[in-house]
Design a protein around this ligand. Structure first.
Ligand code: AHR
Length: 525
């Protein structure tokens, strides 16, 4: 039996839940095989879940931008000013709060002036990190802002530190946001945009320990200080600057960066990819055993330890919690699908990815104090995508459905809760079987997001609701018969959310049967 609890009154809550269980007339005993207990105190709001935790990332990589979002105005695929309508309509359902662009590794090769002005005069470049394919620059700054407006998402620009200059990045900010007269603002007007845009989020480089320049942290920290000096607020943008933090486990990088630049930044990024096997042989996105199912979820859950460790470093330099931990790349990374360009990072997306998404988002909710934004990689056709496209066709992935089901948590208040869960044991190792999160939205409705990570056994969750009446309850579930259930162009509706009714009200809450390998969201009015 594993116990996890969160909130400042963690110990007290647990004690309370023990007492409550002793008193409860419901016969779901702790420790019984396949039974979990979740005590939610609706009177204890722990703080707002920043909607930006449900953010996304789109890079000039493979078929994410070109073909995924951008087909051009002359395409037969229905589009609005070159951006495909089917993808926009699907993503609008997610209430996407923020979209990061143009990379990734691409960002530190990107010179933004290549992507403005008449399209037929934009220079073609080579996309050196992603297959040496031509980059037409047809999709640039104005197209990205149009995309964000069509999605209703806030833009998050990743600036070029690796091969760019402070002057170039500073000019990008001025071009986009300066309301007055200047050569750059006038150029923006000449290119069709009279009013300045509001662009708040700016990443100062990307993975500068790797593809962003292979720098040492001392050098990058100095560059961060230099670049950020010239990134100024014009108009109403109120810039939020994000320094390039560690990828995976690299506490030294974060430590030195916070020490040298913590006072000059609003956020520090971290990247966390879940690779089942090794970087050389990652494993198939579609054909996998329970062994890989287990290890994928085990590694995905590992982000929690890392977030905790990183928070403790940040707490030392920023005890008032001003600087956000921005997980601006996360998700599963498998071998490329056979027959595709390996540099395009195209993979399928199965029920396993849905469980990774559900459990990870529950973790982000829990650490919402510090985790102020997260951006899953990547929105269309790349890595753990929301949608896959093939010419004029599009399918929604299981991960898409989790983001759609979980959108109820955006900007809601996290509720104090304590979870006791049996373990999912596999081959001598164990992870918690249940992952859970509870919030209350602005209308007062409670939402529980629950995952059963075990692919074979259901679990009964005895949910005790304190200080709340469980009036009308409705539920949705994402599950399937097989671990690798997925949607394809041939069978686009194989897996999707369905109404969920396997719960009953009890004297102090509800009892929920979570089927094996499922994601459930309950709404309690
Ligand atoms: O998302 C794919 C790549 O992963 C990004 O370009 C890079 O930042 C990371 O290594």
């Amino acid at each position: 039996m594993r116990t996890s609890s969160f909130g400042s009154a963690r110990g007290l809550t647990l004690l309370f839940s023990m007492l409550l269980l002793l008193l409860t007339p419901v016969c779901h005993l702790q420790g019984a095989d396949g039974e979990a207990t979740y005590v939610v105190d609706a009177a204890r709001e722990l703080g707002r879940i920043n909607k930006n935790i449900y953010g996304h990332f789109a890079e000039h990589l493979g078929k994410c931008i070109y073909e995924g979002f951008w087909v051009g105005e002359d395409s037969e695929i229905p589009n609005t000013r070159g951006i495909r309508d089917d993808v926009i309509a699907a993503l609008q359902q997610l209430n996407m709060p923020v979209l990061r662009w143009p990379g990734g590794c691409f960002a530190d090769t990107y010179h933004w002036m290549d992507g403005i002005g008449p399209r037929d005069q934009r220079p073609a470049r080579v996309n050196m990190f992603w297959g040496n394919v031509p980059e037409s620059n047809a999709f640039g700054t104005h197209e990205f802002m149009d995309l964000c407006e069509q999605l209703g998402a806030e833009p998050y620009f990743a600036g070029n530190v690796g091969s760019g200059t402070p002057q170039e990045m500073s000019a990008w900010v001025e071009y986009l946001t300066y309301p007055g007269e200047s050569a750059l603002a006038d150029l923006r007007r000449q290119n069709g945009r009279e009013e300045p845009w509001t662009v708040r989020y700016w990443g100062v480089g990307n993975e500068n320990w790797g593809c962003g320049g292979n720098m040492r942290v001392e050098y990058y920290t100095d560059l961060y200080r230099q670049f950020s000096t010239y990134l100024r607020d014009y108009g109403e943008s109120d810039l939020y600057l994000i320094a390039g933090g560690p990828g995976g486990r690299n506490p030294e990088w974060l430590d030195v960066l916070m020490d040298g630049a913590g006072r000059m930044t609003d956020g520090v990024s971290m990247h966390y990819y879940t690779v089942p096997n090794t970087w050389q042989n990652k494993g198939s996105s579609l054909e996998f055993t329970e062994d890989e199912w287990f290890v994928t979820l085990q590694k995905a859950l590992g982000i929690e330890d890392l977030i905790r460790d990183y928070i403790s470093i940040m707490d030392r330099y920023d005890p008032r919690n001003r600087v956000g931990l921005i997980v601006d790349e996360w998700g599963t990374w498998y071998d490329p699908l056979p027959g595709t360009n390996p540099a395009f990072l195209r993979q399928q997306n199965t029920l396993r990815d849905a469980l990774v998404a559900g459990a990870t988002l529950n973790i982000f909710n829990e650490y919402r104090d510090r985790v102020k934004m997260a951006n899953i990689a990547q929105t269309v056709n790349v890595l753990q995508a929301m949608v896959l496209t093939r010419a004029g066709e599009m399918v929604l992935t299981p991960t898409y459905h989790v983001f759609e089901m979980y959108k109820v948590h955006q900007n809601a208040q996290l509720l104090d809760a304590a979870l006791e869960t049996p373990e999912y044991e596999y081959d001598g190792e164990a992870i918690p079987r249940v992952s859970a999160s509870a919030s209350r939205d602005q209308a007062g409705t409670l939402h529980l997001s629950l995952c059963n990570l075990d692919p074979s056994s259901s679990v009964t969750l005895n949910c005790i609701l304190k200080n709340a009446d469980s009036g009308r309850i409705a539920g949705r579930i994402l599950t399937a018969e097989t671990m690798n259930a997925h949607n394809s162009f041939e069978a686009p509706e194989s897996i999707g959310p369905a109404p969920f009714t396997q719960f009953e009200q009890t004297s102090n809450g509800l009892s929920v049967t979570l089927p094996a390998k499922s994601v459930v969201v309950l709404t309690i009015e």
